[in-house]
Design a protein. Structure first.
Length: 294
């Protein structure tokens, strides 16, 4: 039984931080204090703003037990996002869990660029390939209610999250379609003003060296074949002909893939091909336009 002095949320949080710093194997959690707080909030509902008022209150035995169990799983390498069951992308909370890629902040670049390029183009038709949790499509659908968006995803597990996220955000202009981006199903028809994708782009040989948290994410969402370029190579044959005149193709890429992916888009006849950098200054996206009057 805890004594009066150590039966507080504050004490519990300190224990959580210590556990993530010292007991995590093989390496300490990168951001122990941050993760310890997020897990405490999940168990107790105490937000960062409420914490100063509540920190000397006593947690229940159930709260202590549940917190400890989450901390142990975090220390064993489970991503904090999976333990929380949701994660924010551009301010939108999205359901995530085993079987779907966790939205990354660098992917916001695709959304911001698309919004910029679609400004002044009413009722755009947008196609997203390999949509995962739906973070890109949902952010676009919220920002552009006049757009008609189709989000293609192959994995049944990921589709589950995608559909739940669409329902959560009430975006009637976004349709999830089950199918393989490498052989598009019949629902993918007509011309699109924008085709976007954050496909798997890690070279297969590099997968074992990824952070242990990333290795808990679906290999299917990460594995881009022997050189990481498998999807871009197939996409550049399939999708440029589906762009409307002046429409654009925009991919997220690995930081060393800018040259190779740009070359593919140029071969496909796209114009004004450019590599875009993320906030860390790394090459993170490639953009190309369909000729205006084809
Ligand atoms: N950005 C992810 C990572 O570095 C990879 C996502 C992807 O393959 N599309 O882990």
């Amino acid at each position: 039984m805890p004594t009066a002095g150590n039966n507080t949320y504050r004490w519990l949080l300190r224990q959580g931080e210590r556990l993530l710093r010292r007991r995590a194997r093989p390496a300490p959690c990168e951001d122990a204090a941050f993760d310890a707080f997020l897990l405490l909030e999940k168990v107790t509902g105490i937000s960062r703003t409420a914490y100063p008022l509540k920190k000397n209150d006593s947690p229940t035995a159930e709260e202590r037990a549940e917190y400890l169990s989450l901390l142990r799983r975090r220390a064993a390498g489970k991503p904090v996002q999976y333990l929380l069951g949701e994660w924010e992308f551009m301010g939108l909370p999205l359901y995530v869990g085993p079987g779907v890629l966790i939205p990354r902040p660098e992917t916001e670049l695709l959304v911001e660029q698309s919004l910029e390029l679609l400004r002044g183009r009413p009722n755009p038709r947008i196609l997203e390939l390999c949509g995962g949790s739906g973070c890109i499509s949902i952010a676009l659908a919220k920002a552009r209610p006049d757009a008609e968006i189709t989000c293609l995803e192959l994995s049944a597990q990921a589709l589950c999250y995608l559909r739940r996220n669409i329902a959560r955000h009430g975006v009637p202009n976004l349709t999830a379609v089950e199918g393989d981006a490498l052989s598009p199903p019949p629902e993918i028809v007509g011309r699109y003003d924008a085709i976007l994708s954050n496909p798997p782009y890690i070279a297969a040989g590099q997968l074992p060296a990824l952070q242990r948290e990333v290795r808990q994410e679906p290999a299917m969402a990460l594995d881009g074949g022997p050189d990481g370029l498998r999807f871009y190579r197939s996409f550049h044959r399939l999708y440029p002909p589906m762009l409307s005149p002046g429409g654009f193709l925009l991919y997220e890429i690995g930081e060393e893939q800018g040259g190779a992916v740009s070359a593919l888009l140029r071969t496909a006849g796209l114009q004004k091909v450019r590599v875009l950098r993320d906030l860390s200054g790394l090459d993170r996206a490639v953009l190309g336009f369909s000729p205006p009057n084809k």
